[in-house]
Design a protein. Structure first.
Length: 175
C-alpha cells in the first residue's frame, strides 16, 4: 500500500521550489525601463528561513533569471539557487548527486509544465492550489494556498510539524 503524503513528510530532508507561480503569484510588473518586478510572500520567506536554520536543505530551481530574486533568497540563507535553468531534471540530478540526497526524501513544489518531469522523480511532488491541471494530476499534495500566497509556508510548516521541528524552531532563539 502506498504511503500517504502525511507519512512521506516524515522522511523529507530537502525542499526544492520553483519561483514563478510558487514563490510568486505568476504576476510580473514591468517598469518603463523594462525591468521585471515580482512580489514574494513574507511568510513563505520566514518558513524557508526556518527550514534552513533547522537543518533542511532548501534549493531553488527556476527557468527565470532575476538577480533580485537571488538576493532575496540569499538573504533567507538559501545558497543553492539555480536560475535560468533550461533543464530542471539535469539540475535536479546534479544537485542530488553533489549532496548525496535520496530523491525519495525530496519535496518539490512546482506549478506548471516546466516542472512536470522533475516532479515525477521526487518522493513528495506538491503544488499550489492554482497550478496547471497537468501538475495537479501528478501531485501527492495540493496546497489550499495559491502560489505566492502562502503555499510554500504551508508545505514547510506541515513537514516541520510532522517531524516535531516547527515549534521547536520557535522555542529556540529565533524570532
Amino acid at each position: 500500500m502506498a504511503k500517504s503524503y502525511k507519512e512521506i513528510m516524515n522522511d523529507i530532508t530537502t525542499f526544492i521550489f520553483d519561483v514563478d507561480g510558487v514563490l510568486t503569484d505568476s504576476s510580473v510588473f514591468v517598469t518603463n525601463e523594462g525591468e521585471i518586478l515580482r512580489t514574494m510572500n513574507i511568510r513563505d520567506g520566514y518558513a524557508m528561513k526556518a527550514a534552513v536554520e533547522s537543518g533542511y536543505k532548501v534549493c531553488i530551481i527556476s527557468g527565470g533569471s532575476n538577480e533580485g530574486v537571488r538576493v532575496r533568497l540569499r538573504n533567507l540563507g538559501i545558497t543553492d539557487i539555480y536560475l535560468g535553468t533550461p533543464d530542471k531534471v539535469e539540475t535536479f540530478d546534479e544537485y542530488t548527486d553533489v549532496y548525496q540526497i535520496n530523491p525519495e526524501h525530496v519535496l518539490y513544489m512546482g506549478d506548471d509544465i516546466p516542472d512536470y518531469h522533475v516532479m515525477k522523480l521526487v518522493g513528495l511532488p506538491t503544488c499550489p492550489q492554482d497550478s496547471s491541471p497537468e501538475i495537479k494530476a501528478i501531485c501527492s499534495y495540493i496546497s489550499h494556498k495559491n502560489g505566492g500566497k502562502g503555499a510554500v509556508r504551508d508545505v514547510i510548516e506541515q513537514v516541520m510539524k510532522a517531524q516535531g521541528k516547527w515549534m521547536a524552531y520557535f522555542d529556540g532563539k529565533h524570532d
